[in-house]
Design a protein around this ligand. Structure first.
Ligand code: XMP
Length: 525
């Protein structure tokens, strides 16, 4: 195991992912974790991440007392990156000072010693790296040597081979450091002697074992399927482990996309053989949403109604089985786990603070169900890989994300107004189908249509019309936290607009959203 101690850098997840990409299992925990939580994981290598602090500020986070002695007496290799290097220097008796010149962005460094972490380089070799620091190592602890310097003469890499402590002042994990991956590979395999061999098949086998050890032979498990990748892969995995003692529910809340219920139920049943109860609760949701225009209120109503239905499902199941279901499956992913406990002072908060997101996660607390979260150590692309092994159809695994409150946040204002839901469904279907036909679906993070509750004047078939306006939104993004609007070809936009106006009754104007996030959010509500 390679353990990453997170000191708040925006790149920390990337270190974890880069190492996993080298087929080495890596985990990330808060940099201020206790010594026992670090030692209980028994890592062979510990990487100290970067972070926004100066080691001199009062609230600067650091590894726990006893960490250095533990690493030394257990033969653990320690690599500090940026702030991590400065922590090593300071805590081992050297000195860190504000640099004469700050170094931000692309920079050249030169190897001054061909040994240890740069054992595969010659003295005098240059490489471009990504720097982002104000402080620098001014005096090294006894036993440490400089192995690379920046073009400004600042310390860029240090090591104490005998004590197995290493430090890089730059960020090898970002693509702006083109040789960074090579350096990490050399460090892990040649310097630390780590073995590659972490495979998704092994992850699956391990998770199946854990599920079987957790769920007793007469226990039953429930799962709410949203139609998204995470809950589907989680349910498929649990189903593989315990078969039909898994009971899934899929709720049609009347806010789904065009033919969504039919499409996902077909995949659940025919492709994945999941035991799913489909509840059509459209009327129930829509009657509660009638007249509601406040976006947060809409979300709350939808969340409450969902819990109500889920509760009824669990009670019915209990009566049928004559036994309470004991577990609940959730498709929690690793970024959610890391984001929910960021290191103090990192400035990072849980990702979902701008809108009160609730998806199938917001379930009754008094049900006393124990959680099974088989994906909680995986990143999204790893979940897709696992889904592939579990034979979840490829098209399904590549679906764009869809928000829990569904079309309620894509129809501005009252969702029950006129035929707004029908209009947005038809427009969305034409837009998405055109995107698929153009072969650009996989280059887009999310694309959808939004219904605007305003009418404009038009002319169709020699008739003056007074009809609705819709807008199209498509964005690229890494994780949904920030996003850029997608640049379509003009000819594509021309075709789509024409198709929409020709085929969707009640629409005479199509607009395009050309705002990034920030300042906008991806959804319109
Ligand atoms: P925003 O609109 O906040 O969206 O930029 C970021 C990502 O989150 C999705 N989203 C939601 N997902 N419940 C969800 O499960 C919600 O209430 C919700 N609101 C937004 C959005 O689709 C995008 O992928």
């Amino acid at each position: 195991l390679v353990l990453i101690l997170d000191f708040g850098s925006q790149y920390t997840h990337l270190i974890t992912r880069r190492i996993r990409a080298l087929s080495v299992f890596s985990l990330c925990i808060s940099g201020t974790s206790s010594l026992s939580s670090i030692t209980s994981l028994n890592p062979k290598v510990v990487i100290l991440s970067g972070g926004p602090h100066s080691v001199h500020s009062d609230d600067s986070p650091s590894f726990p007392d006893g960490f250095v002695d533990w690493a030394l007496s257990n033969g653990v290799f320690v690599l500090g990156i940026c702030y991590g290097l400065q922590l090593i220097v300071q805590r081992l008796g050297g000195e860190v000072r504000m640099g004469k010149k700050q170094e931000y962005g692309r920079m050249e460094i030169e190897v001054v010693k061909s040994c240890g972490i740069f054992g595969y380089k010659d003295v005098g070799d240059n490489q471009v790296v990504w720097m982002s620091h104000g402080d620098e190592a001014a005096r090294l602890p006894v036993g440490f040597e400089v192995v690379a310097r920046s073009e400004q003469g600042a310390v860029a890499a240090v090591e104490d081979i005998n004590r197995r402590f290493y430090g890089l002042q730059y960020h090898p994990e970002v693509t702006h450091s083109p040789e960074g991956m090579e350096t990490l590979r050399y460090f892990l395999f040649n310097v630390c002697g780590v073995n590659a061999g972490w495979k998704m098949e092994d992850v699956m086998d391990e998770e199946l074992k854990v599920i079987n050890n957790t769920v007793a032979p007469d226990d039953h498990v429930i799962c709410a399927l949203s139609g998204g990748v995470d809950s589907t892969v989680a349910a498929t995995l649990v189903h593989k482990a315990i078969g039909d003692r898994l009971h899934c529910i899929f709720v049609d809340n009347g806010l789904l996309r065009y033919k969504e219920r039919e499409r996902v139920m077909e995949t659940f049943k025919s492709d994945l053989h999941l035991p799913v109860t489909c509840v059509n609760a459209s009327d129930q949701f829509l009657s509660k949403l009638k007249g509601v225009v406040d976006p947060e209120m809409k979300r709350k109503i939808i969340g409450k109604e969902f819990i109500f239905i889920f509760d009824a499902f669990a009670q019915e199941l209990e009566q049928k089985l004559k036994k309470k279901p004991a577990f609940l499956v959730q498709g929690t992913l690793y970024p959610d786990v890391i984001e929910s406990c960021p290191p103090p002072g990192s400035g990072r908060t849980h990702s979902h603070t701008i809108k009160s997101h609730h998806n199938v996660g917001g379930l009754p607390k008094d049900m006393k169900l124990k959680l099974i979260e088989p994906l909680k150590l995986l990143f999204k692309d790893e979940v897709r890989e696992l889904g592939k092994i579990l034979k979840v159809p490829e098209g399904f695994l590549k679906r764009h994300p869809f928000p829990g409150p569904g079309l309620a946040v894509r129809v501005l204002g009252d969702v029950t107004e006129g035929n707004a839901l029908d209009i947005v469904r038809q427009v969305d279907e034409i837009f998405i189908q055109s995107i698929k036909d153009a072969g650009i679906y996989d280059s887009i993070w999310q694309a959808f249509a939004v219904f605007l509750p305003i009418k404009s004047v038009g002319v169709q078939g020699d008739q003056r019309t007074h009809s609705y306006v819709v807008t199209l939104r498509a964005v690229t993004s890494q994780d949904g936290m920030t996003a850029d609007w997608y640049c379509f070809e003009n000819s594509f936009l021309k075709d789509v607009s024409q198709k929409i106006c020709n085929n969707v009754r009640g629409v005479n104007r199509v607009t395009l959203d050309i705002t990034s996030k920030p300042p906008s959010t991806i959804e319109w509500e």
